[in-house]
Design a protein around this ligand. Structure first.
Ligand code: SAM
Length: 330
């Protein structure tokens, strides 16, 4: 689906004085081979799909999305300097585009797509996609929030198993697909893989961006699983995985100990026994099934010992205000 003749993205940047702001990590993708490849990596047929692009900037991915025949495209951009050039593109698209000026980290995806697109979770994913090349400092915290939304089936996932295609720093993308024993195996590997089928589509050399960042990037595609590989609440999985990976290279028993107040010496041993894992396994060697058993064992101990679930080790920032109070008698 061709758009009417428009200035190139380079010309748009010049005409609208849209020089990249380093502080905001604005690294643009101006190579149309790469932006088309990124759009193709979202899935075979985008005709008739509803898409949300996060961080469109001057519109280098926005254009191939419109050309791919999407029925409607919503874009969320934080930097207001880009709004006029996005409005130009919206006009050229025949009103197929909605522009939201705001922060994707605060954006509510509840109402953004038509309800008629909803599909039961177990069925094929809906014709809804989220895509974006955001600054790396935004995409990494965002993906954990979105995994939480996938687990809870809310936000963009109240419509079904909405697919996601995002760019990350290459090392972060490698962590997301890392298997047990892999050097890159980390918290992100478990938190993304237990909920989604995660595919690293292709690597983008840092030199392909304008201006070039110091690192390479990679495009990652996520399709939510019908059944999560760990059947426990997201908050529990997140807590167990975070604690176990505190000491990635050490025996997993070391991280497990930090889930419990230091005076509760028997609880870590009980958790390991209940989960039937070898306490000397290094954290990066554990499989998702072993993490699932650890989460189940942790929940069982928390059920028998009220208050333990609220204990947070060292992690004041993430600890809720009602965190575990050590009984004064101990
Ligand atoms: N998509 C364009 C491209 O590939 O050339 C621009 C990419 S640039 C790396 C990231 C874009 O995301 C910028 O336009 C920036 O203003 C925008 N952005 C940064 N943080 C954002 C946030 N929290 N919410 C929405 N947009 C954001």
């Amino acid at each position: 689906m061709h758009l009417p003749p428009l200035p190139t993205i380079r010309e748009i940047i010049r005409i609208y004085k849209l020089g990249s702001i380093k502080r905001l990590s604005q690294n643009f993708l101006l190579d149309t081979n790469i932006t088309h490849k990124l759009v193709r990596s979202m899935g075979r047929n985008l005709t008739g799909a509803h898409v949300c692009e996060v961080g469109p900037g001057p519109g280098s991915i926005t254009r191939p999305l419109l050309e791919a025949g999407v029925e409607h495209l919503s874009v969320i951009e934080l930097d207001k300097r880009f709004i006029p050039s996005l409005q130009l593109l919206s006009k050229a698209s025949g009103s197929r585009m909605s522009i939201y000026h705001g922060d994707v980290l605060r954006f509510n995806f509840d109402q953004i797509f038509p309800d008629t697109l909803s599909r039961p979770w177990e069925e094929h994913p809906p014709k809804i996609h989220i895509v974006g090349n955001l600054p790396f400092g935004v995409s990494t915290p965002l993906i954990i929030r979105w995994m939480n939304a996938i687990a809870d089936r809310n936000q963009a996932w109240r419509y079904g198993r909405t697919r996601l295609t995002l760019t990350f720093q290459k090392e972060v993308a490698e962590r997301m697909i890392a298997q047990p024993e892999d050097e890159q195996r980390s918290r992100l590997s478990i938190m993304t893989q237990y909920l989604c089928d995660v595919n690293l589509k292709f690597v983008i050399n840092g030199r392909s961006f304008v201006p070039p960042p110091e690192v390479d990037a990679a495009v990652v595609h996520f399709t939510p699983r019908v059944e999560p590989l760990i059947p426990y609440p997201f908050k529990v999985v997140e807590k167990v995985v975070r604690h176990v990976f505190q000491f990635r290279q050490k025996m997993c028993k070391r991280g497990i100990q930090t889930l419990f107040p230091p005076e509760q010496v028997s609880m870590p041993k009980e958790m390991i026994a209940l989960a039937e894992i070898d306490p000397e396994t290094r954290s990066f060697q554990l499989t998702i099934d072993e993490f699932s058993r650890l989460c189940g064992a942790y929940m069982e101990i928390c059920r028998k010992n009220p208050g333990i679930i609220d204990y947070y080790f060292r992690d004041e920032e993430n600890a809720p205000s009602w965190k575990y109070q050590r009984p004064s008698s101990i």
